[in-house]
Design a protein around this ligand. Sequence first.
Ligand code: GDD
Ligand code: MG
Length: 364
Amino acid sequence: MWCDDRMREAILLVGGQGTRLRPLTLSTPKPMLPVAGVPLTVHQIERARDAGVERIVLGTSYRAEVFAEHLGDGRDLGVEIAYAVEVDPLGTGGAIRNAAAHLTCGPDDPVMVLNGDVLSGVDYAGLIEGHVRAGAVVTLHLVRVEDPSAYGLVPTDEQGRVLAFREKPTTAEEIITDQINAGCYVFRRSAIDAIPTGRVVSVERDTFPALLADGAHMRGVVDDSYWLDLGTPWDFIRGSADLVRGIAPWPGHAPAVSLVLDDAVVDEGADVGGGTTVGRGCRVAAGAVVQGSVLLDGAVIGPAAVVTDSVIGAGAMVEAGAVVAGCVIGDGARVGTGNELRAGARIWPDVVLPPTSVRFSTDA
Ligand code: GDD
Ligand code: MG
């Protein structure tokens, strides 16, 4: 159990470049992208706060200033926020070590560490309590996934002791388990202080295997509550829609088919659903269909346009009758009438696809 006279602390890793989410992350760091209208970082901070965390150190690097501008000292969220900025990114382990300079707890106290791009329903307080009770050096939240190849594999024995780490396996033989690192750890503070300073360190490839080789007690806790890494556009869209529809945990939010934010205007002849978020100041015209999508602030969807499973950037326009399915449209871009974009297309900010008069048919 956390000692009551100590500050309960966590580190949030938010310094990655979010390359897979380009072009959305050209201007906004991945954790600050709005998921159901609220930056993912805010969702995470609120869940940590509700689990008893009082102070959070943000390990920032890429576009570090954006976090402080939005979150300040954390007062509005009911926590204390400190910032540990890496001039050059130090990797996940280096970032955790760098953030430790802002911790106030003692060497034996537990510190929760979270990847900044994960939406999860895991019981943080339960993880921390279990960690302290077991006297572990590190506890890892694990989840089972169908295709573990894009993650860190973490097999455990019957007692939950970690047996190995295999980060991003490249061959079928390396896929020795479907249990993966869910990007949420509880560290004994002294194990963080032992990470080397001032150089790039990967917690997954360097720190965890080294601790294991030293015989440190490392626990894995497999949990089957909601979990999603929002690192790709398609998972970002899914996570947002899951929050809106009440599939992902969001205390105080009533499940809905769509979420329309302030000053947005959706014509009553438009069909908006599937967990779509309509951002502040957006406009959706009559006859438009918008399903399972994220419209960032100020986006405009023209009459009879069809937008499915897509992100439409801030101030971007999808003009009358255009089709956008499974795509990312950058901020300020314009998809002119008659264009049809499908399956994975990414349009960079401010690009204009002119209208075309060539007609297409959606009939088979
Ligand atoms: N401060 C800082 N500095 N943060 C960083 C750095 C860095 O140099 N590099 C990455 N991060 C942050 C990212 O912003 C993100 O929130 C988190 O660390 C994880 O980085 P990703 O780039 O999203 O890693 P991943 O998704 O490929 O893999 C990680 O997460 C998986 C679960 O989602 C690993 O931890 C895997 O083992 C794990 O399975
Ligand atoms: Mg990730």
